[in-house]
Design a protein. Structure first.
Length: 254
């Protein structure tokens, strides 16, 4: 056993609504005979806290304590058995669906580079191809691939965005990305081990003028904001975080 983050349930507060059991894609929570939420097995809990946002009585919290490690394969098999294959596709880290190569070393596509802004063409002004100019100014952008010591992070405004936000918010480049360096991640589908430490290293090694986190309104996406919060705390920078939430309809909620 080792110390890790895991859900803790206050049985006195729990009102038996069952919303947390539906929010947990790994099937780690059920209601017992007293209509109180309980952990089925600790190895099914990924510690990401998707259940926190749906609890109406604040009966859930994430704690750090000795526990068996989260077992994505076991959680996948558990959900397959209890809820079926469609539900099992959503299990965090399930190797059958969400495996990532252990290393990206040597891949030309992961080489760090800056991107110069494009000149606005006549076609762009008239609304043809390329009518919306990209504001991306560096590569790579995926958190697994970026280097915390890449030169373009040295002095910048930093945007950390959940993968789906750029597809949902039509004006993402103009309203969110313009003038910022970008890091993207998915707290649900990525292997997030080491994310906190990597972001903390980025913050410590560079002069970050501002930090913005853009997430979707779905419960699991809030895990990214918590990862960034813990990274800021670990870095010791005390950098304020601007939190932006995007609705499924593409509207900015906050």
């Amino acid at each position: 056993m080792a110390k890790r983050k895991i859900i803790e349930i206050d049985r006195e507060k729990c009102n038996g609504c069952g919303l947390c059991t539906k929010a947990c894609a790994e099937g780690a929570l059920v209601l017992d005979e007293h209509k109180k939420a309980v952990l089925v097995k600790e190895i099914f809990c990924d510690g990401m806290g998707a259940c926190l946002d749906v609890c109406p009585v604040d009966a859930l919290k994430i704690v750090e304590r000795d526990s068996s490690e989260y077992d994505a394969k076991a959680a996948f098999q558990h959900v397959m058995k209890t809820q079926g294959p469609e539900a099992a596709k959503k299990v965090h880290g399930a190797p059958e669906f969400h495996g990532h190569p252990p290393s990206f070393g040597g891949c030309p596509g992961s080489m760090a580079r800056e991107i110069k802004p494009h000149a606005t063409s006549k076609e762009s002004k008239e609304g043809f191809s390329g009518s919306v100019q990209s504001e991306l100014s560096q590569w790579p952008i995926q958190l697994h691939l970026i280097s915390p010591v890449a030169p373009y992070f040295k002095e910048c405004d930093l945007l950390i965005a959940a993968d789906c936000t750029a597809f949902t918010l039509g004006s993402f480049h103009q309203d969110m990305l313009k003038g910022k360096k970008l890091v993207i991640a998915c707290p649900k589908l990525d292997e997030t081990g080491g994310y906190i430490e990597k972001i903390a290293e980025l913050l410590k090694n560079n002069t970050i003028y501002s930090l913005t986190v853009v997430i979707m309104e779905v419960p699991c996406c809030s895990g990214l904001f918590r990862i960034v919060q813990e990274a800021v705390e670990l870095s010791g920078t005390h950098l304020p975080i601007k939190r932006v939430v995007i609705g499924l309809d593409g509207a900015i909620r906050s």
